[in-house]
Structures are given as C-alpha cells and as structure tokens.
Design a protein around this ligand. Structure first.
Ligand code: BT5
Length: 248
C-alpha cells in the first residue's frame, strides 16, 4: 500500500500511515492521548498489523499486504451508537465491491456466504478534550485461510469480487460510508433489519452463560433480545451468537 496514493483517495483527512505496526487501535489511542485536538475522522492505517485485537482480548489475524487494518478516531455525538454505525458502514463498503449478498451478524460481524470477512472493535479513550472513540476495522481483502484454524469460518472479499479489490479505494469507501451513516437518525432500525440473526434460533455465549432461544429483536442500546421458550424476552448487551440450523 502506498501512503501518498491512500492520502489522495481520502482527501485532506488526517492520516497516520504505518508500514507495519502491532495494533492500529493502540496507535489511534496513543495519537488521541498525545494530541487531544485531533479531529474526528482522523484515521490510522497499517499495511501490516502483527498484533491485531478482537473483542474480549481475542486475536485478529492478518497477513502482510493482504488485509485492511484501520482505526478511525470519532468524537461522540451522543445519540448514535458507533458500533452500529460502523457495522452498517463496513457492510455497505464491502457490498460495493461484490454482487454476493453481504450480511451483518449481531453484534457486528460482516459475513459473506456465512463466513466472516470483516470485524469491528470500538474502544473508548478519555483525553483532556473529552471521550474519543476508536473504531477499529479489519477487512480480509486477500488473506488466505486454507489450512488455518479459521478455514471454515473466515473468507476474503476478493474471492467474491468481480475485479481486483484495491485496498486504498476500499478504505476511502469505508470512510465515506461512516461519514454518511453517522449523520443518519435511523441507524438502529436499519441495523436491526440488516441483522441476519433476528428471527433465528441461536445460542448466545455471554460471559460464562450460554443462552438458547429465538433472537427476537434488539433494544435501543443494541442489546439482543432472546426468547428462551418461556415467553419472556431477556436482553444481552454482549456476546457471541451462533445461528442454530433448523432440521429440514
Ligand atoms: C472482531 O473481534 O471481529 C474485531 C476485529 C477488529 C480488528 C481490527 S483491525 C484494525 C483494528 N486494530 C486492532 O487491533 N483491531 C481492529 P471478535 O468478534 O472478537 O472476533 C475475533 C475472532 O474472530 C477470533 O477469536 C477468531 O476466531 C476470528 N478471527 C480472527 N481473525 C480473523 C480474520 N482475519 N477473519 C475472520 N475471523 C477472524
């Protein structure tokens, strides 16, 4: 990836471009703490990320030159849930390069053909100028998973694209999709209807608990509502959902 080419694509937005780094979310956090005046929308991009982080301290795997690892610094608007905005924006951006349906699985896994192509990790950072949010986005562009433990659950965008997926262009599309979604006031409704999870029988692993039931809706904070057969719906703010395949 070329820094100047990327800068040209994303206009005059502030960019911290790194050939190689541990985690762009960590770099973005350090950037905010070192320079509290940093504008909302500034972005860290790495050509190679070696210590990518997922939710709950899990690892996010990337291969040099094959993936997008980016972290966008956003100031809170108070009324929009950034993980929700980010999910919709990344879904739209990936959809722009493929005719294959791109899905969102609660909370914000981006899937093609039931396999994960992108993941999102939003973290809050307090700085002297108020709370900033780091929206970390990892997209598998040409990563190969054959022979790895992710083989059956992960895929890449290039496999489903009609033409060569240029990482710099896709980053620019993600950024403009984020700008667009953050201005909208119907994100919760759009997100709920985009989630393939709703209406399905699921198991939810949340902390030490495993809950089984039908995912019925999300509440205004994005927590998932699961009806476990008793008629009661309980809401869970975080966890991992697996859709249970119904027997034919
Ligand atoms: C996520 O976590 O999906 C959030 C991933 C966020 C990564 C970005 S890259 C830029 C920024 N800098 C960072 O350090 N992080 C962000 P989670 O839902 O917890 O999913 C993690 C799980 O997905 C792992 O435990 C693996 O099972 C699986 N996984 C790891 N790497 C993957 C990949 N490249 N593609 C698909 N699945 C993967």
């Amino acid at each position: 990836m070329d820094r100047q080419n990327l800068q040209n694509r994303i206009g005059n937005r502030r960019l911290l471009f790194l050939k190689q780094t541990g985690s762009t979310n960590t770099d973005a956090r350090d950037w905010v703490q070192d320079d509290p005046t940093i504008e909302s929308g500034s972005v860290v991009v790495a050509d190679d990320q070696t210590q990518g982080r997922g939710r709950f301290n899990r690892k996010w795997e990337t291969q040099p030159g094959a993936a997008i690892a980016m972290s966008v610094i956003l100031r809170d608007r108070g009324d929009v849930a950034l993980p929700i905005v980010a999910g919709l924006a990344v879904r739209d951006a990936v959809q722009s390069v493929t005719e294959q349906m791109v899905d969102l699985k609660w909370p914000n896994d981006v899937l093609i053909d039931e396999k994960k192509v992108a993941g999102i990790l939003v973290e809050a950072v307090s700085s002297p100028s108020g709370t900033a949010y780091i929206v970390g986005i990892g997209i598998n562009v040409r990563n190969q998973f054959a022979g790895t433990e992710l083989e059956s659950t992960a895929t890449n965008v290039q496999t489903y694209a009609n033409s060569y997926v240029d990482r710099e262009s896709l980053i620019a599309v993600v950024l403009s999709a984020l700008d667009r979604w953050i201005e909208r006031d119907d994100v919760l409704m759009k997100w709920e209807s985009a989630l393939v999870t709703i209406g399905e029988y699921v198991t939810l692993a949340s902390g030490d608990e495993t809950i089984e039931g039908r995912a019925v809706d999300v509440d205004s904070n994005g927590a998932i509502g699961i009806e476990d057969g008793s008629g009661e719906v309980a809401y869970y703010p975080a966890g991992d959902v697996t859709i249970v395949k119904k027997q034919a």
